[in-house]
Design a protein around this ligand. Structure first.
Ligand code: BJW
Ligand code: ZN
Length: 243
């Protein structure tokens, strides 16, 4: 297999999805068949779902907080930390995962595209999002100290805009004109959720080289120049040649 060469002339954008955390024991979305306790994920991860049943949504996220609190990064996360140490500012990690495992592993240049499971914000006022590990008993919805409104997880739900600053950071990395060649690697993602699924085409539009590491074929596999099929915790540690 041709190696992924990471030399002084290369800048690398990595996109990770739920598959990268799977070997740490965090369930993937499509792995649950898009269902949680028989509720479609859209019913517990959308503004409409929150309006309809905020207590159900908090039960879902309380369970996820409990499940993610003790999980540990796996060799896939660790490989990305080594790549970043080698490349410095020529590395950027955009993750769709909200479990915080990349930061736990030691990654620093991380864009949390879909938010963070351990952060909360107010659904009703503009107070800044805050770190929060609390879980809430079944049937309850936490209240905002500031306005008395409803708190919600700081997660980007279906139909919500991603943070424009996050998108700008990814866009600027893609179009950076510093004489380096752009390589893009997506790992552990089904390529089904936008705008993350379209990054491969943004990279191709500036003639970047594109790699996919995934356990099974993704919705956008044919858009990548290279597809390495396998588990990210096994493939990533041996994929790159650091020069
Ligand atoms: C392994 C492995 C191992 C397993 N090793 N691999 C254009 C076209 C159509 C629709 C849209 C569009 N643009 C926007 C939309 C609407 C929507 C969308 O994309 N819908 C699609 C489902 C069709 N997008 C949005 O709403 C986004 N907002 C937006 O675009 O705003 C503007 C707008 C709105 C509406 C219309 C138009 C514009 C926001 C998306 C936010 C996504 N949020 C979620 C849920 C909340 C997070 C949470 O609670 O945790 O984020 S959805 C869910 O999917 C979660 C994930 O981050 C995300 C991606 O999933 P991921 O990571 O790919 O996981 P899986 O499970 O799908 O795949 C895992 C893969 O790993 C599998 O392939 C396995 O094989 C593999 N694998 N083990 C390697 N060990
Ligand atoms: Zn408030």
């Amino acid at each position: 297999m041709e190696p992924l060469v990471l030399d002084s002339k290369t800048r690398l954008l990595v996109l990770t999805g739920a598959g990268v955390s799977a070997e740490s024991g965090v369930p993937t979305f499509r792995g649950m068949n898009g269902l949680w306790e028989n509720h479609p994920v859209e019913a517990v991860a959308s503004p409409q779902g929150f309006e309809a049943n905020p207590a159900l949504v908090w039960r879902f996220y309380s369970q996820r907080r409990t499940g993610a609190a003790d999980v540990k990064p796996n060799p896939g996360h660790d490989a990305l930390v080594r790549w970043e140490q080698h490349l410095g500012d020529r590395f950027l990690l955009a993750t769709q995962n909200v479990d915080g495992l990349h930061t736990k592993a030691g990654s620093q240049r991380v864009v949390d595209m879909h938010g963070n499971l351990f952060r909360t914000k107010c659904a009703d006022c503009q107070r800044a999002p805050f770190a929060d590990t609390s879980v809430h008993p079944s049937g309850t919805v936490p209240k905002c100290d500031n306005c008395g409104g409803r708190l919600r997880p700081d997660i980007v739900w279906f139909g919500e805009m991603l943070d424009p600053n996050d998108l700008a950071r990814i866009g600027e990395f893609i179009t950076r004109n510093d004489g380096t060649r752009l390589v893009f690697l997506a790992a552990g993602t089904s390529g089904a959720v936008w705008p993350a699924a379209g990054i491969v085409d943004e990279v191709r539009s500036v003639r970047g080289d594109t790699w996919l590491v995934n356990y099974e074929s993704a919705a956008n596999t044919e858009r990548f120049h290279h597809f390495v099929q396998g588990l990210s915790g096994e493939v990533l540690p041996t994929l790159a040649k650091l020069v």
